[in-house]
Design a protein around this ligand. Structure first.
Ligand code: SF4
Length: 76
């Protein structure tokens, strides 16, 4: 298990998370403490920059990230 290197800065860990505790814990175990390289939020740090990541983007929302990059004109 590798802890995500972005954990200290990630808004997913902010106090405003509105997800159910079960869902939050499931995602945290699966991504933040597990397969973080598959996390859409971590990919977003590289692709669009931390300041552009929607606070509510879920680690599973790779497709949504893809749409954001298209809207930003970053997709080639
Ligand atoms: S949500 Fe993603 S980017 Fe944020 S700490 Fe977890 S694995 Fe890292």
């Amino acid at each position: 298990m590798a802890i995500c290197k972005y954990m200290n800065d990630c808004q997913f860990f902010g106090p405003e998370v509105g997800y159910s505790p079960e869902m939050y814990e499931h995602l945290r175990q699966g991504f933040c403490l597990g397969d973080s390289h598959e996390c859409a939020r971590l990919k977003a740090v590289r692709m669009i920059g931390p300041e552009c990541i929607p606070d509510d983007l879920l680690p599973t929302e790779t497709e949504r990230l893809h749409e954001i990059t298209i809207k930003m004109g970053l997709h080639h």
